[in-house]
Design a protein around this ligand. Structure first.
Ligand code: SF4
Ligand code: SF4
Length: 364
């Protein structure tokens, strides 16, 4: 906590981060900016009695890291916010009720999508033999239960590329929700359970479909459990590095949307574009792309609590895109942006990355 207080205390209030923050863009109030949040963190972590702290300011941060990319002091703003959320929990004022319910769901059902664990592999296009491999295709809750086309297409593409992998019929949530919403105690237990399971199965590599799962394994797990002996990657990296991709060009004009935790956090920006180019896509880039890409408004547990803020953030992103056809490498971005597009009466549709690759493989 002291480290995070020091981080927040190093804010010089230069204001550079205001205009890039998606919540400040919607609200126009300092309280909903990175700078405002650092002031709240300082109050909360620096004072015993901090009754004047705005939990709304802290709980409405998407953790999109956009601010960190511009902060001249290199403050770990999102981490400071997450640390403050755990302090709110300790003081009995968090997490918000809806997040508590979602956390309960993860603990009881093992997923964050309200799905029936018995039906976790319903998306599988064929009988999958219980198979051993040191590579796990980690599907994630949203793709397994809601965006089933994302899961099915990822599976088929990897098979066609002859990537050796296994699946877990009883895969459990990565647990990012517990960590980000201040339940570090539960996150620790949950992460450990997952990690011990992976180790007992001899897993050495995880291929994630969702950048949030990838980020959680890559950053949150080591923070609580020490360095991992398992390498983590995103499926876009695997496909981009496949020796020969037998893809046929299917011409379409699309916009590729960089998910915050893949583009900005991991620097995986050109790989998906390269693959989409091989599929025949003509890319229309957004003005803000790659490390500067805007957040979709779904992350950080905000979508379930501050629905209007989350939706308006998605509308702002959709407004920046000229094409109707959009591709994302994040199932959660796909889900949220499609929801926002329908809600606003737009004709924009967001497909998951491997759906495009699968279509190209099928033609070939
Ligand atoms: S992480 Fe994103 S939402 Fe949170 S303060 Fe930074 S820019 Fe704003
Ligand atoms: S850019 Fe960094 S130092 Fe400047 S106001 Fe924002 S958080 Fe503070």
């Amino acid at each position: 906590m002291k480290r995070m207080l020091d981080q927040a205390a190093s804010c010089t209030e230069c204001g550079v981060c205001l205009e890039v923050c998606p919540t400040y863009r919607v609200k126009g109030e300092e309280l909903f900016s990175p700078m405002g949040r650092m002031k709240e963190v300082k109050k909360l972590l620096g004072e015993k009695e901090a009754n004047n702290v705005s939990s709304e300011s802290l709980n409405s941060c998407f953790g999109c890291l956009r601010c960190e990319a511009v902060c001249p002091e290199e403050i770990r703003i999102a981490d400071a916010v997450f640390a403050a959320r755990s302090e709110l929990v300790k003081r009995g004022v968090g997490p918000p009720e809806k997040q508590k319910m979602a956390i309960e769901e993860v603990l009881t059902c093992g997923n964050a999508a309200n799905g029936d664990p018995e039906r976790r592999l319903d998306w599988l296009p064929e009988e999958f033999p219980g198979k051993e491999s040191d590579t796990l295709l980690y599907v994630g809750c949203l793709a397994a239960y809601i965006l089933k086309e994302a899961a099915a297409s990822a599976y088929l593409v990897l098979k066609r590329l002859k990537v050796d992998f296994m699946l877990l019929p009883d895969e459990e949530c990565c647990g990012t929700l517990l960590y980000e919403n201040g339940r570090i105690d539960l996150a620790h237990e949950y992460f450990l359970k997952n990690l011990e399971r992976f180790r007992s199965l001899g897993i050495r590599r995880i291929i994630a479909l969702c950048p949030a799962c990838q980020y959680c394994f890559q950053h949150f797990y080591p923070r609580l459990l020490g360095e991992l002996d398992i390498s983590i990657c995103h499926i876009a990296e695997v496909i981009a590095s496949a020796p020969e991709i037998p893809l046929k060009k299917v011409h379409k004009v699309i916009t590729y949307q960089d998910p915050c935790r893949l583009g900005r956090a991991e620097g995986i920006i050109e790989e998906p574009r390269k693959v989409l180019g091989c599929c025949g896509a003509e890319l229309r880039e957004m003005k803000e792309r790659g490390k500067e890409a805007p957040c979709c408004g779904a992350g950080g547990g905000v979508r379930m609590v501050y629905r209007d803020l989350s939706l308006q953030t998605a509308y702002n992103l959709l407004d920046m895109i000229e094409t109707d056809s959009i591709v994302s490498t994040c199932p959660f971005c796909c889900f949220h942006l499609n929801y926002a597009s329908r809600k606003k009466g737009l004709t924009k549709k967001v497909a998951y990355f491997t759906e495009v690759v699968r279509d190209s493989l099928e033609v070939g």
